[in-house]
Design a protein around this ligand. Structure first.
Ligand SMILES: [Zn+2]
Length: 214
């Protein structure tokens, strides 16, 4: 019921970042003042290489409003919030798209259990908000918990669960692919997905992350 009232803009919500009450017309978790305060972080250090990734970009650091927004997306999934975040990163993302001119844009898959419990892939919906057409190239076997909760060894094992969809393998010959994800932590996921793309003939793989852990 609250969700319904929020969609109508009639229910008050409390911003998870600043604690201010607002009418949650759009999504109900992060207020508009906080969201519009998000700006690309300059300059960022790109000296750390991610194996198999030709280049990458990051919108900002995983702190403050951005951190609260990504946490909200993880635990209180809201397509509207994902879309709002997409509109905020849009200009920054498009600058990078202009630079690398990808043929395909894609995102990591959730495993079935998470997709089922959350109902949607937030990376896919952030891209929708940015107005960027993307294709789902991967699937994920197994039931590993989210990467953030795993140690290094468990992550190595979990990334092995990623596979390319069979029907997508022929699409990738000589293509420049952009991987889009919300958070860069170890880079293990991006590395594994890039390895898969290159193994079926992709020419280059680049990556864009909404946030990076310091
Ligand atoms: Zn706020």
């Amino acid at each position: 019921m609250i969700g319904f009232l929020q969609r109508l803009g009639l229910a008050k919500a409390v911003c998870l970042n600043c604690g201010k009450c607002f009418y949650g017309k759009e999504q109900g978790y992060i207020c508009e003042d906080c969201l519009t305060s998000l700006k690309p972080h300059h300059p960022l250090d790109y000296s750390r290489r991610i194996p198999y990734i030709s280049s990458y970009r990051i919108f900002a650091l995983y702190e403050g409003v951005l951190r609260q927004t990504l946490i909200a997306l993880k635990f209180q999934p809201s397509k509207a919030l994902a879309i709002n975040l997409g509109t905020i990163i849009k200009d920054h993302l498009f600058e990078y798209l202009e630079e690398i001119k990808p043929d395909l844009i894609t995102f990591p898959p959730l495993n079935i259990r998470r997709l089922w419990s959350r109902g949607f892939n937030h990376a896919e919906w952030i891209l929708k908000g940015a107005g960027v057409p993307a294709v789902s190239l991967f699937k994920r076997h197994g039931f590993s918990p989210p990467m953030a909760r795993l140690n290094r060894e468990e992550r190595q094992r979990a990334v092995k669960e990623y596979r390319l969809k069979k029907e997508c393998m022929d699409l990738l010959e000589d293509k420049i692919v952009l991987l889009f994800d919300d958070l860069l932590t170890t880079g293990a996921t991006a590395q594994r997905l890039a390895e898969l793309l290159l193994s079926v003939g992709a020419r280059e793989v680049h990556a864009y992350f909404v946030a990076r852990e310091q």
